[in-house]
Design a protein. Structure first.
Length: 293
């Protein structure tokens, strides 16, 4: 007579709705007020306007992985899971009570990771690692960091834009971060400095790498290293577009609809450069493979 080995301790949920409902309900109670405040404040600014997009992309990624996540349900986490959850709660309480958005919004990551670990095990958390870490790009940057970093970036962006436009024959001059073109003067503001666009474009680049999932480590490394230079160059293009629009069509055009549209141009240019570089790397890989064959 043979006896079968005991089944491993598994968490009960086996459907997507049962899997997501407990942590979603708990996080909704905590973070709906926070998300509402963000929608009325920082998410309305150009610097942090990518926040709701990051949240939506994270939800979409989790939805796309729903079958894999259900399959990854395993033994519940122990003390480490409670430690992660406790750290998230402490971070949230501190951020909420002291009005520190960095802590309040950032607490979403350990709270979600700890809840999932305690309910469904660390294997599921590892499977959902990228969507969870992608939430980092939703965390608003502290004003002190922005002020410290945007100064040098504004200088470099305005200097490069001035040099390119001057060599192209435009009557442009620069005083600090103020660009003078014809009768107009344009201040390169924090939104055009490159820091916030680099943050959001880094999110776009990492998402692109995650979705394409190239097998070649070197190809992923080159694309990863190219994200910040591409974001910076795209931001220079944005400033140049605003200068040219102002010069040819007046200050009202430069500060109106075109100013907002230039932000979309920034993302289009960056995505085109990233996909173009990826295509070149793929072409190089294929040519190298044929040569070796």
């Amino acid at each position: 007579m043979t006896t079968s080995a005991p089944m491993a301790d598994r968490s009960p949920p086996r459907s997507w709705s049962m899997l997501l409902a407990p942590p979603a309900l708990g996080l909704a109670v905590l973070f709906l007020p926070t998300l509402w405040e963000l929608s009325q404040t920082v998410w309305q600014s150009e610097e942090q306007g990518h926040g709701p997009i990051v949240l939506a992309v994270t939800a979409w990624l989790l939805w796309q992985q729903r079958a894999d996540l259900v399959a990854a349900v395993g033994p519940r986490a122990g003390a480490l899971g409670w430690a992660v959850l406790g750290f998230g709660l402490l971070l949230y309480v501190l951020g909420r009570s002291q009005d520190i958005l960095l802590f309040e919004v950032g607490a979403m990551i350990p709270l979600l990771a700890g809840s999932l670990a305690l309910l469904f095990g660390w294997a599921l958390v590892r499977r959902a690692a990228f969507p969870l870490l992608f939430l980092v790009f939703m965390v608003p940057l502290p004003a002190a960091i922005i002020d410290a970093l945007t100064g040098p970036l504004k200088q470099v962006v305005s200097s490069i834009a001035e040099e390119i436009l001057y060599r192209a024959g435009y009557p442009v001059a620069r005083t600090g971060v103020i660009l003078s073109v014809g009768q107009y003067q344009l201040l390169v503001a924090d939104a055009c400095s490159g820091l916030n666009s680099m943050f959001s474009l880094s999110a776009l680049g990492l998402l692109y790498l995650y979705l394409v999932r190239h097998r070649q480590v070197w190809r992923n490394a080159v694309l990863l290293l190219s994200i910040l230079p591409i974001a910076f160059f795209a931001n220079v293009v944005r400033v140049m577009i605003l200068v040219l629009v102002t010069y040819h069509y007046g200050d009202e055009a430069g500060q109106g609809f075109i100013h907002g549209a230039a932000g979309m141009v920034l993302f289009i240019v960056a995505l085109a450069l990233l996909t173009g570089l990826d295509s070149l790397l793929g072409l190089g890989a294929r040519l190298t493979g044929r040569t070796r064959a």
